[in-house]
Design a protein around this ligand. Structure first.
Ligand SMILES: CC(C)(COP(=O)(O)OP(=O)(O)OC[C@H]1O[C@@H](n2cnc3c(N)ncnc32)[C@H](O)[C@@H]1OP(=O)(O)O)[C@@H](O)C(=O)NCCC(=O)NCCS
Length: 161
């Protein structure tokens, strides 16, 4: 689908078969305090929806490096989840995954993409800002932490041309 700038990794569509690999990457990638990761069973259920699609970043002979899970329904698409393994960060994988998700959502008829990001997730906020997403709302205390704390969600949106 898309090729990385250094050609060491590629982005391609995934299926429910890839759910266990996505689950183990998620366990490593997400802050466990906020339980943002999806289980393999949740992913399989999500992929039952024909509007939901999974993109994977892989390199030959390596464990899964990153993924993006997106739902596109008519004009609207939502980036549900995106993560890159800690050892593969700052190589442009997340940016390439999100751009590939946007390309696929557009091909399915979407006119914009929305997502929720935790206010305290500064790397992700920088990523989405750089990719042209703009804040359109805030949900206070949307994310509950396992220690009883809470964090706001910021809703971001990027309109397609
Ligand atoms: C957020 C995340 C997906 C970024 O993945 P990544 O592959 O490292 O991101 P990229 O290499 O594509 O970064 C693109 C740009 O985003 C910004 N960015 C990414 N990580 C950053 C960090 N740790 N600090 C500051 N800016 C960051 C930078 O502008 C970066 O460009 P640059 O490297 O040229 O400065 C990754 O850190 C991750 O998996 N985090 C845990 C899961 C998560 O929070 N997912 C998002 C919410 S669903």
């Amino acid at each position: 689908m898309a090729t990385a700038r250094d050609a060491l990794w590629q982005i391609a569509a995934g299926t429910a078969v890839d759910a266990p690999a996505v689950e183990s990457l998620s366990a490593e990638a997400f802050d466990p305090a906020f339980r943002e990761a999806w289980s393999a069973a949740q992913l399989v259920r999500g992929l039952d929806d024909p509007g939901t699609f999974l993109l994977l970043a892989r390199a030959p002979g390596r464990p899964l490096m990153g993924f993006a899970l997106t739902r596109a329904v008519v004009a609207e698409s939502e980036l549900l989840l995106c993560a890159v393994a800690p050892s593969s960060r700052r190589q442009g994988l997340a940016a390439a995954l999100v751009e590939a998700a946007i390309a696929e959502a557009r091909a399915r008829g979407a006119r914009r993409m929305v997502l929720e990001v935790r206010e305290s997730n500064h790397p992700a906020r920088r990523l989405y800002h750089r990719l042209g997403f703009l804040p359109v709302g805030t949900r206070p205390s949307y994310y509950k932490s396992v220690t009883g704390g809470a964090a706001a969600a910021i809703t971001l949106s990027r309109a397609f041309d």
